[in-house]
Design a protein around this ligand. Structure first.
Ligand SMILES: C[S@@+](CC[C@H](N)C(=O)[O-])C[C@H]1O[C@@H](n2cnc3c(N)ncnc32)[C@H](O)[C@@H]1O
Length: 169
């Protein structure tokens, strides 16, 4: 794997569809899980750098398995670059500090579901720039879910609400 095929910095032809975005990930296996999720459900994945690991880390491809080449990845050098280049659509932040509980959230087909960094979530300016902040309710004493599992839960509900599963077999 080379950085060149890790992410191609191009807009996709799928700009009208829902997207996943990952803010400065710091665990390569999680990025691999996101790549597999993106590939499986046909949802483009934006990776906002810097990542906390080399972009040619072998653990990414190991976790993504042979789904790697099926995923649509767009690599952004920074949060500012992502803001400049991203397609239109609401920015929906998944955050443990979200005011909107997942069961109450209403999604749109072109939403961008933004996940925070495993170690620290997102900084205040990113939090403020979101159009909607969604929280998965947890039982008392639980702080958070694994970022890829949280994304899968919210993406599933978002695709269900917006008929996003209909294009899949
Ligand atoms: C391990 S959590 C980050 C915890 C970090 N200490 C914080 O305060 O945000 C990594 C990411 O997973 C997502 N996440 C995890 N649990 C969540 C929940 N209950 N509701 C919404 N998002 C969640 C968020 O995007 C979060 O930024």
């Amino acid at each position: 794997m080379t950085p060149a095929n890790f992410c191609v910095n191009k807009q996709t032809e799928q700009d009208e569809f829902m997207r996943l975005a990952l803010f400065e990930p710091d665990i390569p296996q999680n990025l691999g899980a996101f790549i597999r999720l993106s590939a499986g459900l046909g949802v483009p994945l934006d990776v906002i750098e810097p990542c906390g690991f080399p972009v040619d880390d072998k653990r990414i491809r190991r976790a993504a398995m042979d789904y790697y080449d099926l995923a649509t990845l767009v690599r952004h050098a920074s949060w500012a670059a992502f803001c400049r280049d991203r397609p239109p659509g609401r920015l929906v932040l998944l955050t443990t500090a979200g005011a909107e509980r997942l069961p109450d959230a209403v999604f749109r087909p072109d939403d961008i579901l933004l996940m925070g960094r495993e170690s620290a979530g997102v900084p205040p300016e990113v939090h403020e720039s979101a159009d909607l902040r969604v929280r998965i309710p947890l039982q008392a004493g639980a702080r958070s879910l694994n970022v890829a599992l949280a994304a899968a839960m919210v993406l599933s509900e978002a695709l269900r609400q917006t008929s996003g599963f209909e294009k899949l077999a």
